[in-house]
Design a protein around this ligand. Structure first.
Ligand code: ADP
Ligand code: MG
Length: 545
């Protein structure tokens, strides 16, 4: 403890774990690979699904990389970094998450043997950086322009392999229609599509409307079911008499003052409805409650009303109808009202919903998802969401590439050529990078029960012919290499470039770590800190009790 003799001097707290150099690197690589391995089996259209059960027993069945990784609780810091890649890929593209993670895992696996043979990690990371930049260039070269026909292929590619009950063709058309409708100033914002789910029916009963659907019925049966040329009041405040915060008691002694009290309440509610009516509203959509009496007055005035809307619904409605969200009913004016050609309550399965169509903003779109169970609808929702993102990317950039392993094999070959032009030790890293690209076609074929070595050989020989050969990917039915632009497996360029750049970034980040110093976690049960973990008493006076 006092540095006498050759005893080591301890600078870290007791309980701190430390691993250095190769040990640290191999630990980190192992953890990152474990994450990649955990989702590998879901890659590609023949990938399997995972069933996740959370701590309260909720079940989630999915094939989506990022959904899986978000749900499972990863402890190791390097593993966490890999999970972040999936999230980045998801934020940027909405697709290619599994690929990004699998590539990151493979890059690290390929660097193991380099580290073993004493290639310095800096050399590896430099080589990887060069290779990744070159890969982006090569992908750009092999990309083709996307037109309407190509767009459908992109949508179908995004939907195959998801559990959408074989309805990919139907959903692809729906996705394209929706994406086209919200395409605005060169951008697609998927948040502009409102999704409602109603259990029942089959997936093919899913449909899109131009307008907004809210999962609410009108509050009073005597209200009209249908309003044409709707003028909509969007209320963020209740149509009720405010309840006092504290439990106040009002003692009323004689029946006359009781009547007066009730009359006053009635009058207040009636004034609210009159205000709304005077502004010209024939539809009231209220985020809060609507009193029975107010409902009655509204019905009498022929006003259609819904209550307890979600705030997000109200916001979507404001955007779609050009209405203002009203915080004070007394101040409502005609210019605050939103406009729509039609507001109508209609049945969806066994229940009714409210449809607001012909909105003043034509870019408002809703999709009503139907399906046999909640789980089915959830997966359909995720799939539609992702497909809209992907088709959106293709619309924004106007560039797509063939899929099914075509880009990765092209990269494997061309990066190997490139490696020899770079030379030096970096060459080894670029070669490792090139080799790592093969993991995508390898895994896709493995998951489809096709011999992976055979597949890689077939793909390589197709690509070596150059020209159109670069679009050859793996047909999972026949196990042959075919032109994927013809076979309709097409993906946006950005999904591929983003997956490779972010996979490279995380691999490099992990490779640069040569020292992991981990403090022991404080036990959550003891907020004062674990007495064994140091603190004032450690080794000091009074330490021996
Ligand atoms: P990710 O999360 O990476 O998008 P997916 O499970 O969606 O994972 O698989 C994507 C991979 O599957 C891509 O490499 C894509 O080209 C490939 N793929 C998609 N459709 C097909 C198909 N019909 N045949 C072969 N490969 C396909
Ligand atoms: Mg995908």
């Amino acid at each position: 403890m006092y540095g006498s003799g050759n005893q080591p001097i301890i600078v870290l707290k007791e309980g701190t774990e430390r691993s250095k150099d190769k040990e640290a690197q191999f630990n980190n690589i192992a953890a990152a690979k474990a994450v990649a391995d955990s989702i590998r089996s879901t890659l590609g259209p023949k990938g399997m699904d995972k069933m996740l059960v959370d701590t309260i027993g909720e079940v989630l069945i999915t094939n989506d990389g990022v959904t899986i990784l978000k749900e499972i609780d990863v402890q190791h810091p390097a593993a966490k970094m890999v999970v972040e890649v999936a999230k980045t890929q998801d934020d940027e593209c909405g697709d290619g998450t599994t690929s990004a993670v699998v590539i990151a895992g493979e890059l690290l696996k390929q660097s193991e043997s380099l580290i073993d043979s004493n290639v310095h990690p800096t050399v590896i990371t430099n080589g990887f950086k060069l290779a990744s930049a070159k890969a982006v260039e090569i992908l750009k070269e092999m990309s083709v322009k996307s037109d309407d026909k190509v767009m459908k292929k992109v949508a179908i590619t995004a939907l195959t392999g998801k559990s959408v009950g074989g309805e990919d063709e139907y959903l692809a058309d729906l996705v394209i229609k929706a994406t086209k409708t919200i395409f605005d100033e060169g951008k697609v914002n998927v948040d502009n599509i409102k999704i409602e789910k109603k259990v029942g029916g089959v997936i093919k009963d899913t449909y899109m409307i131009e307008g907004i659907v809210i999962d609410k019925q009108r509050v009073h049966p005597r209200m009209p079911k249908k309003i044409e040329n709707a003028k909509i009041a969007l209320l963020a405040v209740p149509m009720e008499i405010k309840k006092t915060e504290v439990d106040a008691q009002i003692s009323i002694r004689d029946p006359a003052s009781m009547a007066a009290f009730l009359a006053e309440e009635e009058a207040t509610l009636k004034t609210m409805v009159d205000k709304v009516k005077a502004a010209g509203a024939n539809v009231v959509l209220c985020q809060k409650g609507v009193d029975d009496l107010a409902q009655h007055y509204m019905a009498k005035q022929g006003i259609f009303g819904c209550r307890r809307l979600k705030q997000t619904d109200l916001e979507a409605l404001a955007k779609a109808t050009g209405g203002k969200i009203i915080g004070n009913i007394a101040e409502i004016t005609a210019s605050d009202l939103g406009k729509a050609k039609l507001v109508e309550e209609k049945a969806v399965g066994a229940e009714d919903m409210t449809f607001i169509t012909g909105c003043s903003n034509p870019k408002a779109v809703s999709i009503v998802i139907r399906g046999g169970t909640e789980h089915v609808m959830d997966e359909v929702e995720r799939s539609i969401h992702d497909a809209i993102r992907v088709v959106g990317l293709a619309m924004e950039d106007g560039k797509v590439v063939a899929g099914a392993g075509a880009p990765e094999i092209e990269l494997a070959l061309r990066l190997a050529e490139y490696a020899s032009t770079v030379g030096g030790r970096e060459q080894l890293a670029i070669e490792a990078f090139a080799k790592a690209m093969e993991i995508i076609p390898w895994t896709i074929s493995e998951n489809a029960g096709i011999d992976s070595i055979d597949s890689i050989i077939k793909l390589k020989s197709a690509h070596e012919k150059k020209g159109e050969g670069r679009n050859y990917g793996l047909d999972l039915e026949s196990g042959e290499a075919v032109d994927m632009l013809k076979k309709n497996v097409v993906e946006p360029l950005r999904v591929k470039t983003q997956a490779i750049t972010s996979a490279t970034e995380v691999a490099n980040m992990i490779l640069r770590i040569d020292d992991v110093i981990a403090s022991r976690r404080a036990a959550p049960m003891n907020p004062m800190g674990d007495p064994n973990m140091g603190g004032p008493g450690m080794g000091g006076v009074g330490g021996m009790m």
